[in-house]
Design a protein around this ligand. Sequence first.
Ligand SMILES: CC(C)(COP(=O)(O)OP(=O)(O)OC[C@H]1O[C@@H](n2cnc3c(N)ncnc32)[C@H](O)[C@@H]1OP(=O)(O)O)[C@@H](O)C(=O)NCCC(=O)NCCS
Length: 122
Amino acid sequence: MIEREDQLIGDVMLRIEDGWAQAEVAEQGRGVQAELGWTLDPAHQGRGYATEALRAVIGACFTQLGLRRVHAGCFAANEPSWRVMERLGMRREEHSRKTGLHRSGEWMDGMNYGLLAEEWRG
Ligand SMILES: CC(C)(COP(=O)(O)OP(=O)(O)OC[C@H]1O[C@@H](n2cnc3c(N)ncnc32)[C@H](O)[C@@H]1OP(=O)(O)O)[C@@H](O)C(=O)NCCC(=O)NCCS
């Protein structure tokens, strides 16, 4: 939850998951990364609150939870969202063609971003 002056203004999703691993080392790949997602009340957008909240969550992922990687995706047309990720230093890892079905019924291009613990510290 993103709160400001005791008011709920947004939400951050954190889903811990396994990293891709070959069968012989699958155990070592368990619970090592997280997918992130976010939303912010339109009345509170344009002031850096989503970036600030995500910076805190990413910091907790690497320091408190000891994860090795975080990643997140959005529609390529969702520029405010990928601007948040670029502001946080996340790396664009994928720009895919027509991979996400929008509620309008249109298959839209997608973006995926990632960040490693060592990149965050650096
Ligand atoms: C994605 C979303 C959270 C981005 O909202 P946002 O308000 O642009 O993001 P922030 O709160 O981090 O604010 C950043 C903006 O505030 C501006 N800003 C103003 N004052 C600021 C300050 N003191 N500090 C930082 N940024 C500030 C920044 O310049 C930036 O604007 P810009 O991108 O035009 O340069 C919002 O569009 C949203 O909720 N969308 C719907 C849900 C969604 O798409 N979720 C993602 C699906 S994966």
